[in-house]
Design a protein around this ligand. Structure first.
Ligand code: ATP
Length: 432
C-alpha cells in the first residue's frame, strides 16, 4: 500500500491533545478500540476495550484530551498522528454556547431570553463544516442538551439522502460509525444536488423548514434553550454567498462560525455588524480535513442513496413494489412559463415560475430516478410539505403500464404524491 498505510494489528500511543487520523481502505473495514486513557471521535467518547468496526472509505480522527492508547486491526489507506489540531478553539466555542444555553434555560417565560444559541457553520468546501457541527452537537448532547441539527447542504448532507435539506433533534452524542440517527428527521426535497438548478425553490424550502422549527420551538422550552447547529454548503461565492445570508437571516442565527476563510469572515462581519445579537467568529480549519474532488463527491452521494435503501452494512432489505401508471401522481417543480403569453404586455417574455408544480406522466426518463414521497394531502401543498421518504424506480413496463420501484419497506406509500428532480440511484457509481 501507499506510505503510511498498514495492515497488521498494532497499537498507537497518543499524547494529550493529539489525534490519530484514519482513512479506512476502500475495500475492507477497520476495527479499532481504546486500550487505555480516554478518547473521542468527532465529539463522541468511545468506550474502553470495545471493538468498533468502521466501514471502507470512512475518514475520521480519534482525539484525546489527556492521552490514550488505541489498537487497530485491518487495513487503512492512511493513518497518522497529529499534535496540531484546532480542538481547543472548538471546545472553547462549545463552552460559550453551553453558557448561553444555561442562560436561556433560566428564563423559560421570556420569549427572547429563552432562545438558546442558533449557530450556523459556514466556510468553503472541505473546511470541516460537517465535522465541527457534529462535534458541537455531540458535546452538547453529552451534557444533556437536545440541540436541533439543521443540514442545509443539499450536496453532501448528513441527515438524509442528497438533494434534501433536513433537521433532526440530537439527543445523544452522534455514533462514530452509524452517524446521525434517522428516527424523526424533518426533510424537504429539492431534488437536485446543487441549489443552482432552482435557487428560488431552495430558498422557499429553507423558509418552510425554518418556520416549522420556529413553531416547534414555541411549544418546547427544552429544545428552544438547546438551540440549533446549522450546517451549510461549501458554495460561498456569488449566489452561494447570497444563500448563506438568506439562511443566516431566515433562521435568525446568533452565532456565525466561519471556518478556514479570512475573506468570508470579514465579508460576513461587515454585513452583520449592525446586528447587535449576532457574533461572527473566525475558526481555524483542521489539517485533518480530507479534500474530496468532484468524482469522490459523486461517489459519496451514490453511497448515501444506496445506504438509504440497503443500510450502511447491507443490513436492510428494501421492498420491491409494482404500481400501475394510473396509481402514481408524479410532479416536478419549476420550469415552464408562469403566465400565458396572451396575459403579458406585448413583447414581454413569460418568465419561468421556479415553484410551479408540473404533473409528469410516466416516461422513460423516470427510470432509475429517486422520487420523494410527499406528506401533502393536495397537490398545492406539495412545495410546503415535508417528505416521508424516497422510492427508486427500477423498471418501467410500457406494455402492461406498470412501474416497479424499491421502497425501504413493504406496504402502501405514506403519501399519494411523488416529487421528481434529477436525483438518480446509479449503483455503478458505488463500484471502485
Ligand atoms: P463540504 O465541502 O462537503 O461542505 P465540509 O467542509 O463539511 O465539506 P467535512 O465533511 O467536515 O467537510 O470533512 C471532510 C472529510 O474530512 C470528512 O470525510 C471528514 O470525516 C474528514 N475529516 C474532518 N476532520 C478530520 C480530521 N481531523 N481527521 C481526519 N479526517 C477528518
Amino acid at each position: 500500500g501507499p506510505p503510511g498505510s498498514s495492515t497488521s494489528i498494532r497499537q498507537v500511543k497518543l499524547d494529550k491533545e493529539c489525534e490519530l487520523r484514519v482513512e479506512v481502505s476502500p475495500d475492507s473495514p477497520l476495527r479499532l478500540r481504546l486500550l487505555t486513557g480516554s478518547a473521542e471521535i468527532f465529539g463522541t467518547e468511545i468506550a474502553p476495550e470495545i471493538w468498533l468496526t468502521f466501514p471502507p472509505r470512512l475518514k475520521f480522527a480519534v482525539f484525546t484530551w489527556y492521552g490514550a492508547t488505541i489498537e487497530m486491526d485491518g487495513t487503512t489507506e492512511t493513518d497518522y498522528t497529529a499534535d496540531e489540531t484546532p480542538m481547543i478553539s472548538y471546545v472553547n466555542v462549545h463552552a460559550v454556547l453551553d453558557a448561553r444555553r444555561h442562560r436561556a434555560k433560566a428564563s423559560p417565560s421570556d420569549s427572547d431570553a429563552s432562545q438558546g444559541p442558533r449557530v450556523i457553520v459556514v466556510g468553503p468546501t472541505d473546511s470541516g463544516k460537517s465535522t465541527l457541527s457534529r462535534m458541537l452537537l455531540s458535546w452538547a448532547a453529552k451534557q444533556g442538551w437536545k440541540p436541533t441539527f439543521v443540514d442545509l447542504d443539499i450536496g453532501q448532507g448528513s441527515i438524509t439522502i442528497p438533494g434534501c435539506i433536513a433537521a433532526t433533534p440530537i439527543e445523544l452524542p452522534i455514533d462514530p460509525v452509524e452517524g446521525i440517527p434517522l428516527d424523526m428527521p424533518l426533510v424537504y426535497f429539492h431534488g437536485h444536488v446543487t441549489p443552482s438548478v432552482n435557487v428560488d425553490l431552495y430558498k422557499v424550502l429553507v423558509k418552510e423548514l425554518a418556520q416549522i422549527l420556529e413553531r416547534q420551538f414555541t411549544g418546547n422550552v427544552e429544545s428552544r434553550a438547546a438551540g440549533m447547529v446549522i450546517n451549510t454548503m461549501g458554495w460561498i461565492e456569488g449566489v452561494g454567498y447570497e444563500l448563506l445570508l438568506h439562511a443566516i437571516d431566515t433562521f435568525n442565527a446568533t452565532v456565525v462560525l466561519v471556518l478556514g476563510q479570512e475573506k468570508l469572515w470579514s465579508m460576513l462581519r461587515d454585513v452583520l455588524k449592525n446586528k447587535a445579537n449576532v457574533d461572527v467568529v473566525k475558526l481555524q480549519k483542521s489539517g485533518g480535513v480530507v479534500s474530496r474532488n468532484a468524482k469522490v463527491r459523486q461517489k459519496a452521494r451514490a453511497y448515501r442513496i444506496r445506504e438509504y435503501f440497503y443500510g450502511l452494512a447491507n443490513d436492510l432489505s428494501p421492498h420491491s413494489n409494482i404500481a400501475s401508471f394510473s396509481d402514481l401522481f408524479i410532479y416536478r417543480v419549476g420550469g415552464g412559463p408562469q403566465a400565458p403569453r396572451s396575459a403579458l404586455p406585448a413583447g414581454a417574455e413569460p418568465a419561468a415560475d421556479p415553484t410551479r408544480l408540473i404533473p409528469v406522466s410516466v416516461n422513460q426518463d423516470l427510470l432509475h430516478l429517486v422520487l420523494a414521497v410527499s406528506f401533502a394531502k393536495e397537490p398545492d401543498e406539495i412545495i410546503s410539505s415535508n417528505v416521508a421518504g424516497f422510492i427508486w424506480i427500477t423498471d418501467i413496463n410500457f406494455e402492461s403500464k406498470k412501474i416497479t420501484y424499491l421502497a425501504p419497506s413493504a406496504g402502501n406509500l405514506p403519501g399519494k404524491y411523488l416529487i421528481m428532480g434529477s436525483l438518480t440511484c446509479l449503483l455503478m457509481f458505488c463500484d471502485s
